[in-house]
Design a protein around this ligand. Structure first.
Ligand code: SF4
Length: 372
């Protein structure tokens, strides 16, 4: 059994099919992760790296989902919360390094193997968990429906996300998780003719996102997105270049120094379990003094997740990552803090980044489950 929950697959497809068949008076919602819109293409004979966002949304509607939201929206929200958490740590002196928290396999690893690092983990919930929380509070209230009448299915590249929704701190928010492979099965079960569908857009108010959210699907993307927002929030100036190439790539461990108006921010990125352990051992041995570290347990980040289509193509990761960066590149809005829907939800509901209500709904806590 995988100790970090990244390769345990608990099928939810029968539950989702059942919910779609017997809706009664319930609202059935889907929300899709950044990496799925690229990898789903491979299941329907398209070239690896093809972008299928509009067809994927249309296919979900065809299966009977009442609303299709975008986990990229909450990826933008994660960026804003996490960048502000990082800025607060800069002001108060740490603790450093701060680690990203959106990979549940990484959170399992910390709780089971490195609980001494718990204070260093960002308290932000993952984008999946933020979506679950907002759907069952903000959205339920907005449409005047009891949260129990909403069934939320999260579509993820990840098997560890199935484990995440059962965490006691998050229980009841997200009802089911389907992997990309299960999503393809659901489309086939519903005789969806994927590529011939007319493309469809996500629903509002939890459907608008920026290019910064798209890159959450690739290793280094969460870091790049956080740096875009942290830089502009700290300096009040536009980034000289939105593309922070220093944090991109496929090497297992990468690092960079980012100049934030004279402040030298040392960052590192690790992807793949063995690389993660190597970097963590260095941090614990005090052989590294980074300020901010992004960890993804799968090679390549979420594009290489355990729930993605199986592929014999040795270049599958760079191809999927190419699709992810193309989405970002082609978008007008490429910084999370510029997303008007994010600004709106703070004005209407969350007040401001890291506010009391944001802490209640968008942050979490961790506890030691140390394996001796
Ligand atoms: Fe899941 Fe992404 Fe972490 Fe892999 S890297 S376990 S796909 S969250």
């Amino acid at each position: 059994v995988c100790p970090v929950g990244a390769i345990i697959e608990k099928p939810h497809i029968h539950d989702v099919v059942d919910a779609l068949k017997h809706k009664d008076d319930r609202i059935i919602i889907a929300s899709t992760a950044p990496a799925v819109r690229v990898a789903i293409s491979e299941e329907f004979g398209l070239a690896p790296g093809s972008i299928s966002t509009g067809h994927m949304v249309a296919a979900l509607r065809k299966c009977g989902f009442d609303k299709v939201f975008d986990t990229n929206f909450t990826a933008d929200l994660t960026t804003v919360e996490e960048a502000n958490e990082f800025i607060a740590r800069v002001k108060t002196g740490g603790p450093f390094p701060m680690f990203t928290s959106c990979c549940p396999a990484w959170i399992n690893m910390v709780e089971k193997l490195y609980p001494e690092l718990i204070p260093n983990i960002s308290s932000c919930r993952s984008p999946q968990a933020m979506m679950g929380s907002l759907v069952k509070t903000f959205y339920a209230k907005k449409i005047g429906v009891a949260p129990e009448k909403i069934v939320l299915t999260s579509i993820m590249p990840c098997t560890a996300k199935k484990d995440e929704i059962q965490r006691e701190q998050l229980a009841g928010d997200t009802d089911y998780v389907l992997t990309t492979r299960e999503l393809a099965k659901l489309f086939r079960l519903n005789d969806v003719n994927f590529s011939s569908l007319e493309e469809s857009d996500f629903d509002s108010p939890l459907g608008l996102s920026t290019g910064a959210a798209a890159i959450f699907g690739a290793t280094g993307g969460v870091m790049e997105s956080a740096l875009r927002t942290a830089y502009e929030t700290i300096t009040g100036k536009d980034l000289p270049s939105v593309d922070l190439n220093a944090v991109r790539g496929l090497e297992g461990i990468r690092d960079a120094v980012v100049d934030v108006d004279g402040l030298k921010v040392k960052v590192a990125i690790a992807n793949g379990g063995a690389n993660v352990r190597k970097l963590i051992e260095k941090v614990l041995a005090k052989e590294a003094d980074y300020h901010f570290i992004e960890i993804m347990e799968c090679r390549g980040g979420c594009v290489g997740g355990g729930g993605e289509p199986k592929s014999m193509d040795k270049d599958i990761l760079p191809k999927r990552i190419g699709g992810i960066y193309k989405i970002d590149h082609d978008m007008k809005m490429r910084k999370a803090h510029q997303n008007p829907a994010i600004k709106e939800i703070y004005e209407e509901f969350l007040e401001k980044p890291n506010s009391h209500i944001a802490h209640d709904l968008l942050h979490t806590h961790y506890h030691s489950r140390k394996i001796e």
